[in-house]
Design a protein around this ligand. Structure first.
Ligand code: SF4
Length: 103
């Protein structure tokens, strides 16, 4: 699956949402999130992101990893809410946003 990382925070360009053929990119309060098990690895979203916030899971580095893990745990709770659903607090409350604010 592809993963959205820190460059998306407070940007939320949303072009990726239009590109995704399976509607697996969800809008949160401050960033967008890719559903890790709905993503079909088509890579359509990666080149359209203006801030290069999207990476394939195999290229996730330490800065991206907390975003990957928090998206996974949030969607474990949420299941598959449907593409146009907003997925706010479960992910926003996770450690990565708090850590991001400090840096
Ligand atoms: Fe959607 Fe394809 Fe991007 Fe996965 S890789 S989030 S399926 S556009």
């Amino acid at each position: 699956a592809f993963v959205i990382g820190e460059p998306c925070v407070d940007v939320k360009d949303m072009t990726c949402i239009e590109e995704c053929p399976v509607d697996c990119i969800y809008e949160g309060e401050r960033m967008l999130y890719i559903h890790p098990s709905e993503c079909i690895d088509c890579a359509a979203c990666e080149p359209v992101c203006p801030v290069e916030a999207i990476k394939p899971a195999q290229h996730v580095d330490d800065r991206w990893r907390p975003f990957q893990e928090s998206a996974k745990s949030a969607f474990d709770v949420l299941g598959s809410p449907g593409g146009s659903t907003k997925v706010d607090p479960p992910i926003e409350d996770t450690e990565y946003v708090k850590n991001f604010e400090k840096n």
